[in-house]
Structure formats: structure tokens, C-alpha cells
Design a protein around this ligand. Sequence first.
Ligand code: PHE
Length: 452
Amino acid sequence: MSENRSSFTGKLGFVLAAAGSAVGLGNIWRFPYLAAKYGGGIFLLVYLILAVTFGFALMFAEIAIGRKTGLSAIGAFRALNKKYTFIGYLASLVPMIILPYYCVIGGWVAKYFGVFVSGQMTAAATDNYFTDFIAQPTEPIVWFFVFLALTALVVILGVEKGIEKVSKIMMPVLVVLSIIIAVYTMFIPGAGEGVLYYLTPDFSHFSAMTVLAAMGQLFYSMSLAMGIMITYGSYMKKDVNIESSVHQIEIFDTGIAFIAGLMIVPAVFAFSGGDPDALNKGPGLMFITLPKVFESMPGGTIIGVAFFVLVLFAALTSSISLMETVVSIIQDKLKWNRYVTCGLVLLLCVALGLPSSLGNGVWSGVSIIGMNFLDFFDFISNSVLMPIVAFLTCVFVGYVLKPQTLIEEAQQNGMAMKSQKLFTVVIKYIAPICIALILVTSILEVLGVVKI
Ligand code: PHE
């Protein structure tokens, strides 16, 4: 539709850019703590099944919608069917909620980079270091500002391309380093039990919450159900194969999450002496466990510095893609100039980020439906809004637009689409039914109406 939209050069360019957005804290920080909490192997199994079905179908749909229309979420839904523009608006809300708390956690990563650079690894490996740190009123906020400023600087100066270039080198290095750390971890005495916990599904740990958590994580990690892949698709050239691009992004994203789990979950067993509570540490898990691993490694300080700088870059490419999205949505809508819009987005980040940070300490007494601010924002975006957007997208594609329209988009220039059946069945029946069931049960559970 739009003729002069700039596009990615070739397939590799597309896959790497989309992977830059997808691979981030979701893979390295969020996936391992959810896997630890929701039963290890069973969570991994559910996640993998969802990735090759829901993940595939939704990512395919979003990229194809973007490429077909050449527009971002709101415009794309409007162009396809005016009545469904609201799905685009709903999707646009998600990155606005995620970005502020994403920067709070990005700040934690920056802090740990600082800690390792200044040689304080031993202190960081002690039991209460992390909880004491996040409970402080000012220090975490300073690091939050540092991370937010870095993100904003890149977006304001428009130098994303430079960052992308650097991260294309850093991402493979991160993969290699993570594999080395994971292999080392598996051989720490006591870790074997953790490897088993992570790799063998135990069905007694299965519940509706396992599926909900895995589904929310899938959307989060693959940057789905928030319009981002629609935008990326709108920059994709017509001669690039959508289906195989989706497979590559999925393998990349899931592979990194899998390795991160292998690096962190067994270490929890090795260092906790079998304390079951250790698995339930939640968002702090990576920050509590990894310094202990590094401390036990020869050359741990250097490995720690390298690791945290690489994670910082992975987190930055994701937060930049989040902020870009938010800025461009507001800019399109209000027609403000870029600087003013960035200013507004910064204000929004500070307004929602401050409570997310303070909720771990000074404001820990304040809770919304039993959660602190950060967990609440995480829950609302991942477990409520994203499933709703995903559900609506499935219904829209399955019954209004029709799957065939998107399959044809993928088949241009004589390209084959192997998983037509899978795509159609998942998007029309399996995904919407499962998402609706899980969403309703989990909301009732959180509100205390039912116990699952
Ligand atoms: N997918 C990113 C991650 O795993 C998070 C993210 C979500 C980034 C949405 C951009 C957009 O960390």
C-alpha cells in the first residue's frame, strides 16, 4: 500500500531485526524464573507446545498483516476492516504498560554490571544482596533512570541502526557465553537434580496457571499481541518468505530462553541445599543465583562483567523497540513532533516506573489484587491484555479476514506455505478456545472466585 516505506534488506536483515526485539529480558530474566516457579519440565513442555502452535500461528498472522497492509497495528486493522480498529488500539496499550517496568529491570541489570566492574562480586553473591538493593528508596531509581536515559537517547538521536549493528555481533557472543555458563552450572555439585527438574515434565505440577504463565511468556518473549510484529512485517519485502522467517525467529528466541533456564534453574538447586522456597524467588531469581555461579567460577568477575554487558545490550535493543513503538503510535495519533512525543513517553515511564521500583521497598505495603506494582503491571499486560489481544486477533483473522487471505500473502511470488492446515486450525479453533478458557479461569482465580 504505502510505496515509500523503507524496508529491511533481505531475509537475514528481517530475521535479525525481529530477533533483536524478541530476544531480551524476557528470555534471560523472565523465562527461567517462571520455569522454576511453575514446575520446571512441565512448564518447558507446555511452552514448547505453545510455541510451535500458538506462537507460530500468531507471529505468522501479525507479520503477514503488517506486510499486506504496509502499516502499523492501528492503521493495519483499520485498513483491513474499519470496525476492528479497536484491536489495534488495544494492542498499542501493551507496550505502554511494559516499557516502564522493563526499564526498572533493565536498571537492575545495569547495576549488576556496575557491581561486577567495580569488583564487588563477593558481596553480590551473598544471600540478601539483591533484596536489600531493590528495597532501597533511591539507588534502584538511579539505575532505572540510567537505563531509561540510554534507551531514550538512542530513540531521540535516531541511532537505532548503530545499536542494531553492535547487537548483531553481541547476540551470538551472548549465546556462546550462556552455553559455557550453562555447561559449567550443570556440573556444580547438587545441580544434577535441578537439571532433572528442568528437563523432565512432572504432570503433578500441571495446572491452568502453568498454561497461562507459559502463554503470557510466549507472547512477551516473542513480542506478540502488541502490534510490534505487525510493524516489523510492514517493513518486510514481498520476496521474503514469511513462514521460514517465523521459524527462524522462533528457534532463536526459544533457544536462548532454553539455555538461560539451563544456566539458572540447576544453579538454584546447587546453591539452595534443596530449599523448595528457593524456586519461588520470582523476578529476583536471576540476580540472586547468577552471582553465586560466577563467584564459584575461575575468572568469575570477568565472566560476570561480560555476561551483564551482553544482557544489557539484549535488554536495550528490546526496550528501544518498545519505546520506538510507543513514540510512533503517539506521534501518528497526535501529530506531535518527535522530541515532544519522546518527552511525553519519558514522563509516562517515570510515572509508572517509580511505583514499580518503590513497590519493592518503601511502598511494599501497597498492593493491588495481592501484587506489588511491578508484578501488577506485568500481570495486567502479560496475563490479561495480551491474551485478549491474541484472542481478538485470532477471531478477526479466522472469521473476518479469513486465514486464506494471509496464506495468499505468504504465497506470493510462487513461495510455498507448508503449514497452511496448522495455521488455519490453530487460528480458527484451537487458539481462541484455549485462550478464552484460560483467561477466564485465571482471572477468576486471581479475584479469588475459584481455586485451581
Ligand atoms: N520480547 C522482549 C523480551 O523478551 C520484550 C519485548 C516485548 C520487546 C515487546 C519489545 C516488545 O525481552
